[in-house]
Design a protein around this ligand. Structure first.
Ligand code: IPT
Length: 943
């Protein structure tokens, strides 16, 4: 057994874990809190010498040739070795604690100077994160080693350093016993990936400092301390302003220890649970509107610089997120300073995941009765417990942390009981959860019952059972690709039951590797076993830009709810600690897309309260498309929005003298003429082959009736029942359809087509009859009647695809916009008149897929044609065909079609989150068997 596989040697000479802090040499600097200014802090980040060896056994005594590398970084991001993406499977055999004999090793070296001031004091070195383990040498002497990639390792190097130039050499191994505890779902990346710094400490310095601040009382483990409010020293703090995620008020506590001033930002807050199982923050029932966050950067790998984390947190704030689960390990310690300051409730998870034991014998599951799971093995107990301990001890002073998580997906065993017991004994001020407790029906000492991806029905069962512990969805609404589509429905249920305290969307950002301008994922690096694009499952893109799913979550998490009865608007304040008067509520009445009246309200509404307001507007007698009341809650930016349909009669434009166009049947086609148009109808295929209006051809190809959409990531299961992929027995083969015309007749100036659609090798799934009428000014009235075969799976979508010449990039519509939306993912959009282009409609999902749909449309104008319908329809306009989007695996493989594809759809099925979550709710499936769809196509400017 090698030392890095020896569970009795998981560390050597590492300092006991203490609270994270930086000591300062003056009070002023400590109050300012800029650690770079502290004379006792020396950041070692920067360019280091580096040598990479594919096998640690090849590392020579003296390294003759050095490269350079940036610290912090992951060496795979610099071309040494390759990134390796695997989710559940370990990237090596499951034979703990043994790891491959060929164990890659990166050797880092840095010279640094210390003056006599440093030598007179003690010197410590802190590594905030090194994957997977490190051996530290100072001036060629082994100081110590440590495992635990996402945990802090601190060494006292006083004995080893001298005045003048010193050398630091760090050997980092790719694998060690600890790797068995780090089977998280991410790219496996190695190296010194977080800050490294030296601390100059007073020889008598305090080691650990513990601070508690509940809603009244502050306790500090050291005697010599002072409290400041900003820069003002407070002699006696009787009624502190409390901290919460909405108003994260912080005081500064400065501990004085000999020559050191040690600052902590402290928020007063109390976490408790009500008898009804509510989560109480300062006694107020709070719902956790959460997201799971990994440390991930498309270029820097697992290194998340301070400013980058800050920018991420501000974006989360903008999306109404109030809670973060640090999946599945502790982030860099400064993350919590940011969360204290910006205001988040944090569920901090320790650095443990052993998911791959589930696949050690083929298949995947939890045979937790088996003693193979290391959570049951005594020799691993210390390795488990110390990871809880190192997390809790490092971060215990942060107000933002309200719950500790004992790790992710690691089975359940006595080592978990030991961790839970240790944590609860150590910290009684916070809650403990571990989702793996579900394997024993939560019959252990967790304070919060948690589940992942549970269906809405099931969470309702939990909400009403006898267990009065809060129920938390540590993962839900899998946001992979186009999605998530089910967040809204979850929250209708979560709001209903006190015990449902909320949950965390899986997950914050796509973790892809950006290489040569292309976002890459599993398999792109020739990994032997990988999980494809399962790392691209963020609610924001890898560059943290928003997609429809981000905005949908924002709308679901928003802090107002409004209702309209006549002119009376009732507004409910869903904030927990904020009076709504801090925002402006703007209302607008829009009729056919035009604003006809509006106003602003300052709503003085206390948290969780409702008030009614009479809005001053008079509705018109009728309109052409629709009338809506738009609500917007404005702060620094729009924090919330809603739309209410207004009861105004919709009167279509009716032409008094409707006369039919002229129809001339010629062999296999029908020529239709009228005012400035000539249409040709192909009887063989039952559709138009030409639409010439004002001398210009408007079609680039014959329209077709179709049902396919490029499967989204959330369609990844249903797609095998929809389409023909590897398995040629399972699907209705909607991606390989044949359109059959049984008859096409011209009768009383109406063309009637009877036909069917069938997937290859299958009986027709749709039998239809389409009637086309054409009026003298060119309007085509299309009526589809269809019946779907009983045994058919629900349809992806159903509608007509029109192919228009490429010049028609720009269009206008009346419908839900401006961002793409679906029947279950539209709360971020409003009905209105919008202008767009095909470029704007494109959404760069990492794996190309269905996108760009708009629901509740009544009008689309493009290429001289106007599509209208009495009933709302879905539409989509794209430069890419569904086939192209289906086949491409990366965005750069997409080839633009020669035409613009305009989809006018009866309906498009919802999005859901079945990439990992439950199946799409039935109400969002296109599963009706009798279909009636009517719309018109008319020359623009003619009606
Ligand atoms: C769940 C994991 O906890 C999470 O890390 C991620 O892998 C997610 O799945 C999928 O993206 S575990 C799943 C098997 C329920």
């Amino acid at each position: 057994m090698r030392s890095y596989e020896d569970l009795n040697l998981i560390q050597m000479n590492r300092e006991p874990q203490r609270a994270y802090y930086i000591p300062y040499d003056t009070l002023e600097k400590a109050l300012e809190g800029n650690k770079e200014k502290s004379a006792y802090y020396k950041l070692l980040n920067g360019e280091w010498k580096f040598a990479y060896f594919e096998r640690d056994i090849d590392v020579p005594q003296v390294i003759a040739k050095w490269d350079k590398i940036n610290v912090p970084s992951n060496w795979q991001m610099y071309g040494y070795d390759v990134p390796y993406y695997t989710n559940i499977n370990y990237p090596y055999p499951v034979d703990p604690p043994y790891v491959p004999d060929d164990n890659p090793c990166g050797v880092y070296s840095l010279d640094f100077d210390l003056d006599n001031k440093w030598i007179d004091r003690d010197a410590y070195i802190v590594f905030e994160g090194v994957n997977s383990c490190l051996y530290l040498y100072v001036n060629d002497i082994l100081v110590g080693h440590s495992q635990g990639s996402h945990l802090q390792s601190e060494f006292n190097i006083s004995k080893y350093v001298k005045e003048g130039t010193n050398n630091l050499t760090v050997k980092v191994l790719k694998w060690c016993a600890g790797s068995y505890l780090e089977d998280q779902d991410f790219f496996r990346l190695s190296g010194i990936f977080r800050d490294v710094y030296l601390l100059s400490r007073d020889k008598n310095c305090v080691k650990d400092i513990e601070i508690h601040a509940d809603s009244k009382i502050l306790t500090v483990s050291e005697k010599d301390y002072a409290i400041y409010d900003g820069l003002n020293k407070i002699e006696k703090l009787d009624n502190p302003i409390l901290w919460n995620s909405e108003k994260p008020y912080l005081y500064t506590v400065i501990v004085k220890s000999f020559t050191e001033y040690i600052p902590f930002k402290v928020g007063f807050r109390e976490v408790s649970v009500s008898e009804r199982g509510e989560l109480l923050i300062n006694g107020v029932s709070v719902k956790l509107k959460g997201v799971n966050r990994h440390d991930t950067h498309p270029v820097l790998g697992h290194y998340a610089p301070y400013e980058y984390m800050k920018a991420e947190l501000l974006k989360m704030k903008e999306l109404n997120i109030n809670c973060i689960r640090t999946s599945h390990y502790p982030p860099a310690p400064e993350f919590f300073n940011l969360c204290d300051e910006i205001g988040f409730y944090v569920v901090e998870e320790t650095d443990i995941e052993t998911h791959g034991f589930g696949t050690r014998n083929t298949g995947c599951g939890y045979d937790i009765e088996s003693s193979d799971w290391i959570c049951k093995q005594k020799q691993w107990e210390n390795a488990f417990v110390e990871r809880a301990e190192r997390m809790v001890e490092r971060d215990k002073n942060h107000s933002c942390i309200i719950m500790w998580s004992m790790g992710n997906e690691s089975g359940y065993g006595s080592n978990h009981d030991a961790m839970i017991a240790w944590t609860k004994n150590r910290d009684k001020s916070r809650l403990v959860h571990y989702e793996g407790a579900s394997l024993i029906e939560d019959k252990c000492d967790v304070d919060v019952v948690s589940r992942m991806y549970t269906s809405i029905d099931k969470i309702e069962e939990h909400a009403t059972n006898a267990d009065m512990r809060p129920f938390f969805l540590c993962e839900y609404s899998h946001a992979m690709g186009n999605g998530p589509g089910d967040a809204w429905d979850y929250w209708q249920t979560i709001y209903k039951y006190p015990k449902l305290i909320g949950g965390c969307v899986w997950e914050w950002a796509d973790h892809t590797v950006l290489e040569d301008g292309v976002y890459k994922y599993g398999g792109d690096f020739r990994e032997i076993t990988h999980d494809g694009n399962f790392c691209c499952d963020g609610m924001v893109f890898a560059d943290r830009s928003f997609k429809a799913g981000s905005l949908e979550v924002k709308a679901v998490y928003q802090y107002i709810k409004t209702d309209l009865q006549g002119n009376e608007l009732s507004v409910t304040n869903l904030y927990d600690f904020t009076n709504l008067s801090e925002y402006k509520l703007i209302w607008k009445v829009q009729c056919d897309g035009q604003i006809i009246k509006g106003g602003e309200l300052i709503c003085d509404i206390e948290p969780h309260k409702t008030k009614k307001y009479l809005l001053d507007f008079i509705l018109p007698k009728s309109c052409k498309l629709g009338c809506y009341l738009d609500i917007s809650l404005m702060g620094e930016y729009e924090a919330a929005m809603e739309q209410h349909r207004l009861p105004v009669e919709i009167k279509e434009n009716t032409c008094t003298f409707i006369t039919s166009a002229e129809f001339i049947e010629e062999n296999n086609s029908i020529k239709i003429t009228g005012e400035n148009f000539t249409y040709l109808f192909n009887k063989h295929y039952g559709n138009f082959s030409s639409l010439i209006i004002d001398g210009e051809e408007r079609l680039a190809a014959m329209p077709k009736l179709s049902v396919w959409r490029a499967p989204t990531d959330n369609d990844r299961n249903i797609k095998y029942r929809w389409g023909l992929f590897e398995d040629n027995m399972r699907g209705e083969n909607f991606n390989r359809i044949f359109s059959k015309v049984y008859s096409c007749e011209l009768k009383e100036n109406k063309i009637i087509v009877n036909g069917s659609l069938a997937g290859i090798s299958r009986s027709p799934f749709l039998r239809f009859s389409i009637t086309y009428e054409v009026l003298s000014y060119g309007e085509i009235k299309l009526k589809l009647q269809g019946s779907v075969k009983d045994s058919s799976v629900y349809l992806p979508r159903l509608g007509f695809e029109f192919f228009m010449p490429k010049a028609n990039e720009e269009f206008k519509y009346y419908g839900m916009g401006p961002v793409e939306n679906y029947i279950d993912m539209y709360h971020h959009t409003k009905v209105g008149i919008y202008e767009s282009t095909t470029a704007k409609e494109y959404v760069p999902y990492i794996v190309p897929q269905e996108h760009g749909n708009h629901t509740k449309a009544k009008l689309v104008e493009i290429g001289g044609l106007k599509f209208t319908a009495e009933k709302e329809f879905d539409f989509n306009i794209s430069r890419y065909s569904s086939e192209t989007l289906t086949n491409a695996m990366h965005a750069d493989e997409l080839i633009e079609s020669d035409n613009i594809i305009v989809r006018i759809d009866y309906k498009n099925s919802g999005i859901g989150s079945n990439s990992c979550g439950p199946e799409l709710l039935e109400k969002y499936r296109l599963m009706e068997k009798d279909i009636k769809f009517e719309f018109s196509i008319a020359p623009m400017n003619k009606i």
